[in-house]
Design a protein around this ligand. Structure first.
Ligand code: F6P
Length: 368
């Protein structure tokens, strides 16, 4: 039996749909299953770094209203700054591990449940280790690029958004005889593009993991037109590089480079290769919002309950994961090694090719 009394839960990194459902599941299981006190840390690790630490106690009735149905995170999150190497206002860098440990101590946390992507988990696991508090990770990200889990919270809802976007773009494409390019998120991975593109009936899907040429894309479009199709749907992941291998990044308001720009790059390049009229849609942060899909709510619920259960067993430094239709847990060390890219042998790549979707050129075999 566990001697724990108080646990903390925080969300870290970019938001997505289903985070509130995870926090709810953690709270329900911790209170109903173990009688623990649950503290929600505000704004990710930032809440623990402040003195006094910013938090709110979570109770069963915290979730009486519509939180299960809402995207975002009602606790707030942060995706800026690394507390292990934090840039201070004067430009110097500091390790804020002592502040983190002080926050954990002030709240009397016996364990911390961290809902985050691989980057957040890498950072927070080190902070927890130094603070001497056990951590359990819950994977979330629309990019679905966390290792060791088939699905992360937020991905399923993002795929619904991409699919719906293509459902909306197709009639316009058909009516105006256009090529519609849809740029989707995913950082350096193509999970969103591949899954959403297949589900939404795309003709061409470009992902960072597979090589392509503009001429090849144009050839496929012209071939479709020659076969009598009046339009085409193209999905391009934001992490796809230009033909020269450069990132087509855009700048944010502060002048810092961001992912994005591939949709317009492709449209501009294609214009000289095809007579088709081309339009570009950037789906952007719409992919992170909307009511979480039933699949994400199920995943969030299973993850939250299991995270508390393994914390109760003091099996720390682990992440809950989804494998073979069930929830399991894996060592954090196997997860925090970076982003899981698309495996070129992924079954869905085979599916896409089987459907005749153009995924770029398969690498030419080296001549002997
Ligand atoms: O990692 C999730 C994600 O939505 C990526 O797909 C995207 O590139 C990035 O976050 C956007 O980050 P921000 O919200 O900081 O613009």
């Amino acid at each position: 039996m566990s001697d724990m009394k108080t646990i903390g839960v925080l969300t870290s990194g970019g938001d997505c749909a289903g985070l509130n459902a995870v926090i709810r599941a953690v709270t329900y299981r911790a209170i109903r299953g173990y009688g623990w006190k649950v503290l929600g840390i505000l704004d990710g690790t930032a809440g623990l770094l402040d003195s006094p630490p910013r938090h709110r106690e979570l109770r069963i009735d915290t979730f009486d209203a519509s939180l299960l149905r809402e995207s975002g995170t009602f606790l707030g999150t942060t995706s800026k700054g690394n507390p292990l190497h934090y840039q201070m206002p004067d430009g110097s860098f500091r390790d804020l591990s002592p502040e983190f440990a002080r926050g954990v101590g002030a709240l009397g946390l016996d364990a911390l449940i961290v809902v985050g992507g691989d980057g957040s988990m890498r950072i927070v696991s080190q902070l927890c280790e130094r603070a001497g508090v056990g951590m359990v990770g819950v994977p979330k990200t629309i990019d679905n690029d966390v290792y060791c889990t088939e699905y992360s919270v937020g991905f399923a809802t993002a795929i619904n958004v991409v699919t719906e976007a293509l459902d909306r773009l197709q009639p316009t494409a058909a009516s105006h005889h256009r090529v519609m390019i849809l740029e989707v998120m995913g950082r350096d991975t193509g999970h969103i593009a591949l899954n959403g593109g297949i589900a939404g009936g795309a003709d061409i899907i470009l992902v960072p993991e597979l090589p392509y040429t503009v001429a090849g894309v144009a050839r496929r479009i012209n071939q479709l037109l020659a076969e009598g199709r009046t339009h085409a749907l193209v999905v391009v992941a934001e992490g796809v590089k230009t033909e020269a291998g450069e990132a087509a990044s855009v700048k944010d308001a502060q002048g810092r480079p961001r992912y994005g720009g591939m949709g317009h790059y492709l449209a501009e390049k294609l214009a000289t290769h095809t007579p088709a009229e081309i339009r570009v849609t950037i789906l952007g942060h719409l992919q992170r919002g909307g009511s979480p899909s039933p699949r994400d709510r199920l995943l969030a619920s299973a993850f939250g309950v299991h995270a508390v259960d393994i914390a109760a067993q003091r099996r720390f430094s682990r992440m809950v994961a989804w494998r073979d239709r069930g929830v399991v847990d894996v060592p954090l060390s196997e997860v925090t090694i970076g982003a899981r890219t698309l495996d070129p042998n992924d079954a869905l790549i085979h599916t896409a090719r089987g459907l005749g979707i153009h995924l770029g050129e398969q690498r030419a075999r080296k001549r002997e």
